[in-house]
Design a protein around this ligand. Sequence first.
Ligand SMILES: Cc1ncc(COP(=O)(O)O)c(C=O)c1O
Length: 383
Amino acid sequence: MVLKVAKRGDVAPFIVMDVLKAAHDLEVEGASIMHMEIGQPGTGAPQGVIEAAKKALDTKQLGYTESFGIPELRSAIRDHYVKAYGVYVPLERIAVTTGSSGAFILSFIAAFEAGDKVAMASPGYPAYRNILTALDIEVVEIPVGPDTNFQPSPELLAACGEQLDGLIVASPSNPAGTMIDPAGLEALYGYCAEQGIRLISDEIYHGITYVDPAETMLRFGDDAVIINSFSKYFSMTGWRLGWMVLPLDLVGACERLAPNLFISAPSVSQHAAVAVFDCEDELQENLRKYKENRELLLRELPKAGFDKLASVDGGFYIYADVSEITNDSAAFCEAMLKEAGVASTPGVDFDPKNGHRFVRFSFARDPADMAEAARRLIKWRTS
Ligand SMILES: Cc1ncc(COP(=O)(O)O)c(C=O)c1O
């Protein structure tokens, strides 16, 4: 008898993972590949975190923790908001999660009903779309592009013609790396408050900015769900740790849901992460490398014919419009991998409709690798 498989799992695959696998297969065969596909720092966790983890292994029992996280980490997150933004958040609103990915699942379940309509920018981070779809929540794609700095605005939301229940924004964004300025964030906050739209602000790329620092949505009021992570600026992807600052009306639901869904975030990671806020020197050195990579690629990529680029205000991505070269970015990225030895991600991962005209380059690796990648791309495209 054929058993039923729920339609819920029938979401788009994460294409970047397929690219990563293809790149690894080529490496196993002996090829040299420059990795510009995956969105993770080329660095490990800062030394202070490693030491704190070792100490925790030696001295702590490392069982389950309180499901919103150990008090020391929640306090450290509270202090981080005071230091980084001058904003005070009460501890009861801070929940430590298994990466920001865990925070999406928790907050989407707590905030939205099946059938609700939640908007996101397209291109945007694919997991928003796929988690919402798996939860039977309708995704309303807000088409954005160079003329809107790849970001949504109240005007675009009004123009979508839907009565929205939610909106997810990310500034800096993935894949475009563009940011919404404080006035734009405030306008979105105000529009959502006026229209009864639950606003979720993914602030995972805060700390990695090149022009202006990123402002938190908390600045404009207490009603947005703030999601952040130790994965990017703090360089702790595999430790699977993130956090939320919840509006008070969602605290109870998340307190009930979190232990059922995850029990708690990884214990050793939580103890180690307390130390990350004292590792500024190392984290700033990582940022310096991203800055160097950004400058190099903005200078070199146009020489390879990639000259229509989003503004790269923050994060570590360059989103290139390749429509003058190809109409099929997936095939183009495949050829780039095989012929130039450079792994990149086709835009279709982020934008099912127009992504075939875009490629995302991630520049989170070492500057020497990025320089080599640029050399290969120029050679590939000009010879
Ligand atoms: C915009 C955005 N949000 C969230 C995540 C998920 O990160 P994590 O679950 O490691 O916190 C990513 C990862 O690339 C991302 O780009």
